[in-house]
Design a protein around this ligand. Structure first.
Ligand code: B12
Ligand code: SF4
Ligand code: SF4
Length: 386
């Protein structure tokens, strides 16, 4: 193939950007395939300091590979970074059912699937438009690359102190993805914006998970605790989770940049018929495995797995503290998963009252799991104090 002229590169870059927008990506930027050396340093430091604990799949080898695009795709020259908004209106919840909050990113369909499919169409179509076969690797939170670092270097947005990438037009309510490719394209420049003196996200995070500007302690973040954490939620953090049952948006809800965020154009991210802006809690406690799989089939919520979601539901009910939850929570005290039984016990301890005490004593008489027995004992002490 003949070497490309500057004009060819500019034309190809224009084609890439126009086509990405045609396919519904709200933002598109280009960066080189050079290594992300500073990012690698930062991420390895986070791992060594224990700030990424709890995510066994997030290890040093993964970070190193993800920060070296030419190891991912030999011959890589450019990375096409894309962002899609998931900002939708809060739908009004009628009635007085007990509800738990869901992170906005999970209100609609699973973005991994939606964006990955769209990027496959993009790469295919691009090859046709440019008249050449393109080597490409696609990622949407689906591989070792650090999606935020790519987006920042490609000028899509800047790092907020809550570590999210903030964009001018859509705030931080954007999903990020990228295509590593052998195409030669004109790189964009990173933006020069910063958070300035603002510290709202740090001040408002209920668990103190933003331990310094741009640094999250994963083990304290409600998003980790309600989505990725597979075991018990540390007891001292449970009261701070409030009514979040999947993810957390507090550090984004308070962000002034997000006040002007434009809504998404993407129908798949609308809560619609199959989406969830909030979950009605009590029916979830009765849900079978098959019902769980069916209800959350196309939703990111399935990642928590049924036991994890029910654990979260128990924590939220304990924090809401409404005694009308007691009859449903009794069934959770006898759930087949010890994880759920233990957190149901904790919820009873928080709600307190004679009915809760009775339920706890009856469960203690038959419970054989040591961890759950400990939870039951602590819950009895707590409800006795109330
Ligand atoms: C692990 C992970 C998590 C973990 C850890 C979060 C974290 N902050 O690291 C948990 C489970 C807690 C999590 C939560 C959420 N996540 Co998440 N997560 C990831 C994942 C898989 C890797 C992130 C990572 O590498 N973290 C390690 C640290 C080192 O990287 P970092 O936070 O990006 O840090 C950068 C900056 O802090 C910056 N930096 C560091 N020091 C300094 C210093 C200065 C001065 C500056 C300017 C910058 C700077 O450089 C770092 C490296 O790029 C990515 C997908 C991917 N493959 O990249 C999604 C991803 C980051 N998550 C995403 C989302 C949507 C969320 C949630 C909003 C979901 C929710 N509602 O609950 C929350 C937000 C919580 C928060 N405040 O970060 C989006 C973020 C989109 C965006 N606009 O930024 C991503 C990119 C997925 C995607 N493809 O869209 N997530
Ligand atoms: S997602 Fe919630 S818990 Fe995590 S850093 Fe933001 S405000 Fe804190
Ligand atoms: S709340 Fe303030 S400090 Fe935090 S990300 Fe937004 S602008 Fe930056």
């Amino acid at each position: 193939m003949l070497p490309k002229t500057k004009a060819d590169i500019v034309e190809a870059t224009e084609t890439v950007k126009t086509y990405a927008r045609e396919l519904g990506f709200d933002m598109v930027g280009i960066t080189s395939a050079e290594s992300f050396s500073k990012t690698e340093e930062v991420a390895l430091e986070r791992i060594r300091e224990g700030l990424m604990d709890g995510l066994p799949w997030y290890h040093e080898a993964r970070v190193k590979r993800g920060c070296r695009p030419k190891e991912i795709l030999p011959g890589a020259r450019s990375i096409i970074a894309v962002a899609m908004s998931y900002m939708t209106d809060d739908s009004k919840q009628d009635g007085d059912a007990l509800r738990g909050r869901v992170g906005r990113y999970a209100w609609g369909q699973d973005y991994h699937k939606v964006m990955e499919h769209r990027l496959r169409v993009f790469v295919q179509g691009l090859s046709e438009r440019l008249g050449q076969t393109i080597q490409a690797k696609i990622y949407v939170d689906t591989g070792p690359m650090l999606d935020r670092a790519v987006a920042e270097r490609a000028g899509i947005g800047w790092y907020g102190k809550n570590t999210n990438v903030l964009t001018r037009s859509h705030g931080s309510w954007v999903f990020l993805g990228q295509v590593v490719t052998d195409l030669e394209l004109e790189p964009d420049k990173p933006l020069k914006k910063t958070c300035g003196q603002c510290t709202l996200c740090i001040d408002q995070c209920p668990t103190g998970a933003i331990v310094a500007p741009y640094v999250i302690d994963n083990t304290k973040c409600i998003s980790y605790l309600t989505i990725e954490c597979r075991g018990p939620i540390p007891r001292h953090l449970r009261p701070l989770i409030g009514d979040w049952v999947f993810g957390c948006d507090i550090c984004q809800d308070v962000c002034p940049v997000n006040r002007k965020a434009k809504p998404t154009r993407e129908p798949a991210f609308q809560p619609g018929e199959h989406g969830f802006t909030a979950l009605e809690l009590l029916p979830l406690l009765e849900m079978t495995e098959a019902e769980f799989k069916e209800k959350f089939r196309t939703s990111p919520i399935k990642r928590a797995k049924r036991a994890g979601l029910l654990r979260n539901v128990c924590v939220a009910l304990g924090n809401i503290g409404d005694p009308s939850a007691v009859p449903s929570l009794v069934s959770a005290l006898h759930h087949d998963e010890p994880l759920v039984r233990g957190h149901a016990a904790w919820a009873f301890g928080r709600i307190g009252g004679p009915d809760a005490m009775d339920a706890l004593e009856q469960a203690l008489a038959t419970e054989s799991d040591e961890g759950v027995r400990e939870e039951l004992g602590l819950a009895l002490d707590l409800s006795a104090e109330r």
